[in-house]
Design a binder for this molecule. Structure first.
Ligand code: PMP
Length: 407
């Protein structure tokens, strides 16, 4: 029995379902390992010692390379002098100063642990500021796992969902209709910077839609909140809609902010500072200094090295390589999303059967990517790492062709 199988058998006895949430390997196809033991740079090793070029980056958090020395040193130095203390360390102020300096829409920052903390906190600030109840969210968008937003409805009451009204991403008329349905009671419009829903092709934000939701929020007197938890730090360090010239009132950040150390942030504009100050919002570990030190180092590295440009280069190399391979093997594929947060799907593969087969073959060939969730590139994905990944994906296309024939 493999180490992974034996751990799963033990887990099944002491952990509900053996694993829960979207990292449950059962959801990823038969060949996915559940347990991992080590990572370095752009590589990860599973519990059976199999090595992968990591194109998931731990589902987003890793951004400058696993165990990046400067981040690890900053975290270790902080850890050595104290992590979870009676109050935050000076590093909390330094990190907030860094975010306010870097992000044009940010006049202040609050810290927590997970993306869901930050999106939930954003809605609380918006509600506190407006005295209103409803929030407009795009159908199918993921904003976290609290009752108001979890995609699974088990354990959730209808009341906990009653204050969100859905619209269709990139469809301004539907956002306006959702606002009309709320009849003036809109606290916030919450959007991701592009459409990155699971199980489907990704879609860039239409510039007119982005400007339109900004104008709609202004007209309603509601807050425009960008959920940059997934895309943040990969596309543009100033915020993912900055290139479109659309500035949010509030932004939720997490995932890649500290290269794997646990931290999230909510940043906001001056107009919402007073409301933010009124919240009762806290957690036992929210002010731990180690993750803040790691965040500071991660963001400084990204800034000094132009991390998004490095990831763009890596992602472009990957996308071009995959396109050439798919064509050579006779497959019609679609590659969607920004190259730093890519995904590949097969034409006509509505059930994702081919995609699951191909992703499983990639695993066998030492490349960890995903059949129904976007992948993540990092600054540690050098040309050599991308070329190593492409060796594996090429062999996986050959296996897919042997199993299914060309398109
Ligand atoms: N928003 C988005 C866009 C996300 O991708 C995620 C995490 N996948 C979240 C919010 C929630 O973050 P967390 O899992 O850290 O609570």
């Amino acid at each position: 029995m493999s180490v992974d199988a034996s751990l799963r058998a033990r887990a099944a006895k002491v952990i509900p379902g053996g694993m829960y949430g979207h990292l449950n390997a059962v959801l990823h196809g038969d060949r996915y390992p559940q347990f991992f033991v080590r990572a370095e740079g752009a590589r990860q090793w599973d519990a059976d010692g199999r090595e992968y070029v990591d194109l998931m980056c731990s589902w987003g958090p890793m951004i400058v390379g696993h165990r990046e020395p400067r981040v690890e040193a900053a975290a270790a130095a902080q850890q050595a002098s104290g992590d979870c203390l009676n109050g935050p360390g000076p590093v909390m102020v330094e990190l907030a100063e860094l975010l306010v300096d870097l992000i044009p829409s940010a006049d202040w920052a609050m810290f927590s642990k997970n993306g869901t903390d930050a999106t939930t906190q954003a809605l609380m600030v918006a509600r506190a500021a407006t005295g209103r109840t409803k929030v407009l969210v795009a159908h199918g968008a993921y904003h976290g796992a609290d009752p108001w937003c979890t995609p699974g409805l088990s354990g959730v009451t209808p009341n906990q969902r009653a204050d969100t009204i859905e619209f269709t991403y990139n469809d301004l008329a539907s956002a306006e209709a959702a606002a009309a349905e709320a009849d003036g009671d809109v606290a916030a419009i919450l959007v991701t910077p592009f459409k990155h829903d699971s199980f489907e092709d990704q879609e860039p934000a239409d510039a007119a839609f982005a400007r339109g939701v900004r104008a709609l929020a202004d007209r309603l007197g509601a807050a425009l909140v960008i959920d940059d938890v997934r895309a943040g730090w990969r596309l543009d360090l100033r915020g993912s809609w900055e290139p479109l010239g659309v500035r949010p009132d509030l932004t939720a950040w997490s995932k890649a902010m500290a290269n794997g150390f646990p931290i999230a942030a909510l940043t906001g504009a001056d107009a919402l500072r007073g409301a933010a100050q009124t919240l009762y919002s806290t957690g036992s570990f929210w002010f731990s200094a180690t993750a803040m030190a790691a965040a500071k180092a991660t963001i400084e590295i990204l800034r000094e090295s132009d991390g998004p440009a490095l990831m763009h280069r890596a992602g472009t190399r990957l996308r071009e390589g995959l396109a050439a391979q798919a064509a050579a093997h006779g497959f019609v594929v679609r590659q969607t999303g920004p190259v730093q947060v890519p995904w590949l799907s097969f034409e006509g593969d509505d059930t994702l059967e081919k995609g699951i087969h191909w992703a499983g073959a990639c695993l066998e060939e030492g490349v960890y990517l995903h059949p129904w969730h976007n992948w993540f590139l990092s600054a540690a994905h050098t040309d050599e790492e991308i070329d190593r990944a492409l060796q594996g994906t090429d062999a996986a296309f050959a296996k897919l062709r042997a199993a299914y024939g060309a398109d």
